[in-house]
Design a protein around this ligand. Structure first.
Ligand code: ZN
Length: 249
């Protein structure tokens, strides 16, 4: 059965995925000045949840709250991909082929898009990372975000073809000449923290399942810099109050 709130959230998410934000009729929001995160709730009545919500993302995750659980059941797909700079982030959208899917609580979630924030939005024991990837999945109308932290270290050879394509990301969806190898964007260990949260961009809709991976992926400083340059701004919403939420497996 379609839950009405979830249906609305799903429609919003789909609209965000298909319409570049600057081309939509939604009010101006961003990361600096009058449209910065502390003003999102006032920019547009539709964004009220950004200031009224009690389960907002991102959050600081206290690692001591980690519990035992089975690693994530994730099956990587294949196929074409499109890339776009939508004015807020760099986003990649899978096109056709075999979908990337994960199974949680017996439900199969399908990857809709992934995008990046610099620096990271969620923090682990107060630590902020230079880059965070958000892999947005959907099951029926239930959104789920799988988050991955990237930190500096040895360069990732497997990501060289993708990072080369970040030099000139168009403002309209364009096919990636060489699809990015999703495996290279993920750590080997898929242990995660789970909590309930929201979209980290307006309208900040709640009811999103968050899975933040405990292990990180290493990239060289130059590779991290290529992401930053492609995104072109700091696009992290500050951490939000937990308000009694529990982080579980
Ligand atoms: Zn995001």
């Amino acid at each position: 059965m379609m839950h009405p709130v979830r249906t609305l959230l799903s429609a919003t998410l789909l609209a965000c995925m298909t319409l570049p934000a600057y081309a939509s009729e939604s009010a101006h929001w961003g990361y600096t000045g009058d449209g910065s995160p502390e003003h999102w709730g006032d920019v547009d009545t539709r964004f009220a949840e950004c200031k009224m919500g009690h389960n907002q993302s991102p959050i600081n995750i206290r690692r001591s709250e980690h519990t035992r659980h089975a690693p994530l059941a994730l099956k990587l797909g294949s196929g074409e991909q499109k890339i776009v700079n939508n004015g807020h982030t760099v986003e990649v959208v899978p096109e056709g082929g075999k979908p990337t899917q994960l199974t949680l609580d017996g439900d199969v979630y399908t990857l809709q898009q992934f995008h990046f924030h610099t620096p990271s939005e969620n923090t682990l024991d107060g630590k902020q990372f230079p880059l965070e990837g958000h892999f947005v999945f959907m099951h029926d109308a239930q959104p789920l975000v799988l988050a991955v932290m990237y930190e500096d270290g040895a360069p990732s050879k497997a990501l060289v073809p993708f990072i080369n394509q970040l030099k000139n990301v168009p403002h309209e969806e364009t096919a990636l000449a060489q699809p990015v190898d999703l495996k290279a964007l993920l750590p080997q260990s898929l242990h995660y923290y789970r909590f309930s949260g929201s979209l980290t961009t307006p309208p900040c809709s709640e009811g999103v399942i968050w899975l933040v991976l405990d292990h990180h992926v290493k990239l060289s400083l130059a590779q991290l810099g290529a992401f930053e340059q492609a995104i072109g701004q700091h696009n992290n919403r500050p951490v939000q109050p937990l308000n009694g939420r529990v982080i579980t497996d």
